[in-house]
Design a protein around this ligand. Sequence first.
Ligand SMILES: [Zn+2]
Length: 339
Amino acid sequence: MNHVVLRRFRRWGALLMLLGFMLWPVQVWAWGSATHAHIADKLGASAGPANLNEIYGAMALDTFFYLFGVPYGAQLDGLAHYQSMKVWQAAQGGDWATRAVAYGFMSHNDVWGADFTAHHQGLYYGVTNGYVIAKTAELAPSYAPLAGLGLPEPVAMEITHLVVETGVDVLIQTLNPSIGHKIMAATQQRTDQFPALLVQAYAPELIPPYSDAASLIYGAEAYFKNLMYWYGYALTFPTDTAVQLLAGQFADLASLYLASYGIILPLSKEEITFFVSGFIIEAMKLCRLDFAQEIDLTIAFVDGQLREHGVSPVPVPASLVLLAPILLGLGWQIWCRRS
Ligand SMILES: [Zn+2]
C-alpha cells in the first residue's frame, strides 16, 4: 500500500463512515464459490456431466447475491439460502441433470448445508460462530491498510468477510488443482433447465407478487453464469496470478456493491485491486494451516445432512458416463478458443 493511496483512504474515511452506517446492509456469502465447487466435487457424482451440474448448482445458490440494489434481490438471496428445498422439490419431475444441479444447490444451503459451518458453527475452527466469521474477526484488525480506509465497522467487517472467502478459494487450488477448469466446465455444462427451476421455486414466493419475476431470475442467472466462468478462469492460473485476477474482479464487484448504497470510492480500479490483492494474501496466510481440516469436516457434515434430509445423488444413464470424456474435451476446446 503506497502512501498516496493511504492518504486518499483516510481523507474519504469520515464520509464513508457516515454513509456506511446509514446504508450498509448485513449480508454475507459465507463460503466462496470455489469452496462450494470443491465441496460439491467431493459429494455425489465423482466425475462427468452429473458432477459438473452438481458443482454449478453448489455455486449457483449465490446467484441473487449479485443483484446489488435491485428490487427483490435481497429477498431472492434469502429465499435461496433458507428455502433451498423448494428447488430440490421442483427438480423431482426433471431429468438426471436437473436433479443433479438441484443436489449441488442443496449442498450449499445456510440452514444445514455448507454455509452453516462458515458462519454459524465451525467444525474445526470457529466452533462458536463459524469458520469464516472467526477468521474475519482475526483478520480485520491485523490488516493496517483496512484501518487506513476509515470504513465504518460493519463495512470493514463485510469486506474482510468477502476477502477471507476469496483467500480460501485460492487455497482450494492446493486441494483441488483443477478446480478452475472444473468451474469453467460447469458453467458450460449446467443444464438449460436450471433457470426455469429457479423461477418455478422462487417466483411465486416474492412479496409483494412480482409479475416480471421470471425475467429478473433469468437475467440474474445468465449474469452469474458468466461471472463464474471468469472466476474459474482466474483459478486456472498459478497462485500469484490467480490472486491478481480475483482481486480485479473483486474491485469491480465491490465498486458496484458500494455504489448501490451511494458510496463511491475515490480510487482507481488499480488502487482498489492493489488493496484487495494484499488483503487476500493476508487472508491466505491466516487460513492456510486449518482451512483444509474445516473443509474436509464440512464435506462429511454436508454429506450426512443431505442423506438425513432425503437428498440423494442421481444415477446417471450409463451411456452418458461413456460420453463424459467427449463432453469434457468439447468444454476444453471452447475454453481454448475463448481465451
Ligand atoms: Zn451462500
